[in-house]
Design a protein around this ligand. Sequence first.
Ligand code: KE4
Length: 443
Amino acid sequence: MTEDSLSDAPIGSSAAKRSKSRAAFARALELMPGGVNSPARAFGGVGGEPIFIDRADGAYLFDIDGNRYIDYIGSWGPMILGHRHPRVEEAVRSALSRGTSYGAPTEAENRLAERIIEAVPSMEMVRLVNSGTEATMSALRLARGITGREMIVKFAGNYHGHVDSLLVAAGSSAATLAVPNSPGVPSGVVRDTLIVDYNRLDALAAVFDEHGPRIAAVILEPVVGNMGCVPPQAGFLEDVRRVTRDHGALLIFDEVMTGFRVARGGAQSLFGIEPDITTLGKIVGGGFPIGAYGGRADRMRHVLPAGKVFQAGTLSGNPIATAAGIATLEGLRDDPPYERLERASARLAEGLVAAARDAALPACVNRVGSMLTLFFQQGPVTDWPSSERSDTRRYAEFFWGMIDEGVYLPCSQFEALFVSDRHSSEDIDRTLDAARRVCARIG
Ligand code: KE4
């Protein structure tokens, strides 16, 4: 598809222009809970009905009514190279011609493991799984298996997938839809989960003072995306690393979102902190279902069949997913987009917060690399208590105004937006022009 044909579609859509989406959603509600296969897509945080997508190309989404949007979701992170990257598409087509799944080892798994290990500083060995949730669930089991301890520490507003023991004070759609602690999770499971506020080392130290010898691991997003983007404050990650090491607990960096996003080596390479276990997902699958966890070889050799910690998966290392992941990671290696993404994302962040403030709207923005969030509040936003003070009604007004203008932002104040390597300077200009018009209208 050429850039010209991309511009044929009408830009944005008012509700009147989304009749097919409305009909599709009515049918979906009869078939799937809430009409979606993941609550993050349900638009619960902004009201109204989700828009059904027909296709994507480059930096754009096209809905089933034929409307075009500049896409800042990027499948919630995976599409850092943009949609339909030729290198990824060719790799997937080639893999498809050799079948789709074998249930036996392949050299593609070796190659993807090599691409991951060569990029992520703390990883000597990796296990591929099928989602970020599987990666964090497995990482917790490994940490408990290695240490023989049972308690874990997580941070309020951090989201690590729908693992029972981590669905406590969870971020992302759990926070958006006000179910940070899910029904159905047995009290016995969460009894061993301790919650601390992000960027609050004093609170973490107090938890270790009380429970230190029983804590198997601390898991955190080294840059939070799931309460909106919240970076670690200076020294916070170093302090978490020191406290865990001092007490013999393992440090798990959940880099499902930040891995290959904020830098090719993830947040751990950006901040120079070496975790004990890293979880990955999203980008490493290039848009296909994938997850991974890894760390030092001696620790990973605790995982079956090398060791006794059980973990398995029918489609782990699937040939199509690994082909897309290899093409994506080799694309990031051969032509690193990070300087381009830094310039585009900085301009976007500065322009968005200026548009809001020029309309006398209280706003602040947090950004690390090409993940960022415009918060509708004075700020600063440094943890969940400060994030949840955001004006979510104002965010919803902004979201829908931008949809009408042809800009598809995260459908929740408590998510990050993502810039891809296919977002052109004109796309950023169009986005900022739209933001100025929308903020002037809602201000
Ligand atoms: P998945 O199981 O959805 O592949 O990954 C779970 C996960 C783990 N860790 C982090 C840091 C994550 O951000 C995620 C998933 N992120 C959300 C968006 N914030 C996925 C969107 C959705 O749930 O549909």
